[in-house]
Ligand binder design. Sequence first.
Ligand code: SF4
Length: 352
Amino acid sequence: MKKTKLLALSFQKVEEFVALLGWKPYRAKQILSWIYERHAACFEEMTDLSKADRLLLDARAELRHLEVITRLRSVDGTEKFLFGLEDGRQIESVLIPDEERLTLCISSQAGCTLDCTFCLTAQEGLKRNLKSDEIINQVLTIQGLLPVGKRVTNIVLMGMGEPLANLPQVTEAIIKMISPIGLGLSPRRVTISTAGLVPQILALWQGPVPVNLSISLNATTNALRDQIMPKVNRLYPLEKLMSACRSFPLPARRRITFEYVLFSGINDSLEDAGRLVQLTKGIRCKINLIPYNPYPGSPYRRTPDDQMILFQNFLLKARLITTIRKSRGGDILAACGQLSSLSHDQSCASTN
Ligand code: SF4
């Protein structure tokens, strides 16, 4: 008999599975608590179930964390994990400690459907969408490897892939992140980052998971965005994207984050900053400037720090909330735009 994958089931389906075994409903809560609160990686760990019940579960169901192929640690404490999936595909997640926060950046696709020219993942093309259990299992596996008392505090879907191109599976995984019987994270601590798929942005806003939204903008004219993010900008050019952002009534106290990766001599002039102010007028938003992290063979260079500060000051003077993201994990190719299952050999080489 084929075993039931518990991580692939909704909470309600776990209850139905428990009922099929002839057990009382409270058993579902017990099992879910072991999986999501105590990060059990197998039924043997569920010590408040009898030995016979654990054996029955083991015969009928499957509970497994992802296979860790490599785990690389940056000098700044950032860690990059390469996971092997059942079909042999590989995906990456990045764990970023920052004072009290422990942010986990996870993948939503193996490869990516889009072709952003600054991104290493794009070079792989799309292999396939991840299933909801493969998305949530990145969190469970890494949480299970952390020392007792340490917890992932924030999750960003900003790893490999375009999360909104896999919205049904991403939504299922997020429900498990924010539900009190799942990981119990506040929706404010979960962020989806998109290249700008307009219909899916609207679907997300109208859907059941009120998480933060980050939009990767990176250019202030269609001509330049066509070069930097060709596929998405041809589908949804800037006017469509910004008009969707402008028209949607954001929930109270929420802001859209616009991510803007700075490329030296390409999109980092004060004219670009001026256009950015105009583009975002009327949208409750903040700007996150991201220093570019080149990978070997990358066509772009990083903007010098003094130019970044000038760019930031221009936006601040225009009363735009603007931060510069700390660049983390660059020495292990774990920084933004550097994720790829192809990159681990290069990462190992670069840290040697
Ligand atoms: S930046 Fe994001 S959306 Fe663009 S190719 Fe890379 S992974 Fe895909």
